[in-house]
Ligand binder design. Structure first.
Ligand code: SF4
Length: 297
């Protein structure tokens, strides 16, 4: 039976950030084999849509165990497939289509969280849903989070917030931390960068704040695209509207590590010759955010 989380193709390791323990742990996980992730077979299209709606199954691109990348401590990060945005700087265009992911049973995912629960608690880690866009499969993600919270496991949602309306307040209550991508502060720039609209991100951030959740903001700095001083100021003002919820802002300098995937998928890559930001540009943006009182990484 096909197991989407069994084997190297489904296993991604963020080695450049990993500490030794988690690297060892990751390799143990690989070598130990992974049981309980049978893909549902024999489901017709209607069954799948129903199971997706209820959260009985989720479409998963891949997963990994990492440390200090997608939230605090050692984490299991699950990359859900499907994304409604088309960011020019996307590093994972292979996650865009939900149908390219593999279906995983809710119970199997919950059992996996349970198996690692002690490790998560010992390291202050937990489970992170990322993507693609994690909010595209709200029932599956929120049900796993609900079970994780019942086990005392920390939960983190990595999202653009673009699908704000997919998430109910009750679902938000099971999120401990949100890694919120504020991709631009200026609505026109946001649309140019992502193909989507900015307002849902703002709305989602405010809902998180209102319900006492913590936010780590992520902002990708691309020279000539997102680095405009006024745009950065607008991002800072949006973050300020989230109040004390924002613990810090990650300024992520653009790089070209995602380019090969665009080529492999034969998708025209808009940033083919784009350079990363200079030190002066990074310093200026950092100072801008700091001038609003934010801690910046
Ligand atoms: S939201 Fe993330 S996955 Fe979706 S296109 Fe943008 S960078 Fe890529």
């Amino acid at each position: 039976m096909e197991d989407p989380m069994d084997g190297q193709t489904a296993f991604r390791s963020t080695t450049r950030h990993m500490l030794k323990e988690s690297k060892t742990y990751a390799s143990q996980t690989l070598m130990g084999g992974l049981s309980g992730f049978e893909s549902p077979i024999g489901l017709d299209r209607r069954d799948r849509i129903r199971a997706l709606r209820t959260g009985d199954i989720g479409f998963v691109h891949s997963w990994d165990i990492n440390t200090s990348v997608d939230g605090p401590g050692t984490r299991m990060t699950v990359f859900m497939s499907g994304c409604p945005l088309r960011c020019q700087y996307c590093q994972n265009p292979d996650t865009w289509k939900m149908r390219d992911g593999k279906p995983v049973y809710l119970e199997a995912m919950v059992r996996k969280v349970e198996r690692y629960a002690d490790l998560f608690k010992a390291t202050g880690g937990g489970i992170t849903f990322s993507g693609g866009e994690s909010m595209m499969q709200p029932a599956f993600v929120s049900r796993v989070f609900h079970e994780a919270k019942a086990m005392g496991v920390h939960t983190c949602l990595d999202t653009s917030g673009f699908l704000n309306r997919n998430y109910t307040d009750a679902m938000i209550d099971d999120i401990d931390l949100c890694l919120l991508d504020v991709k631009s502060g200026d609505p026109d720039t946001y649309e140019r960068v992502t193909g989507g609209i900015l307002q849902p991100t703002i709305d989602f951030g405010r809902r998180l704040a209102k319900r006492g959740k913590k936010i780590w903001v992520r902002f990708v700095l691309v020279p000539g695209l997102t680095d405009d001083e006024e745009n950065v100021d607008k991002v800072a003002r949006i973050c300020r509207s989230f109040g004390d919820a924002v613990e810090h802002i990650d300024v992520l300098p653009f790089h070209q590590l995602g380019r090969p995937k665009w080529h492999e998928l034969r998708i025209p890559y808009p940033l083919e010759d784009q350079k990363g930001p200079s030190k002066a540009c990074k310093d200026r943006v950092r100072e801008q955010f700091e001038s609003y009182g934010f801690r910046v990484y």
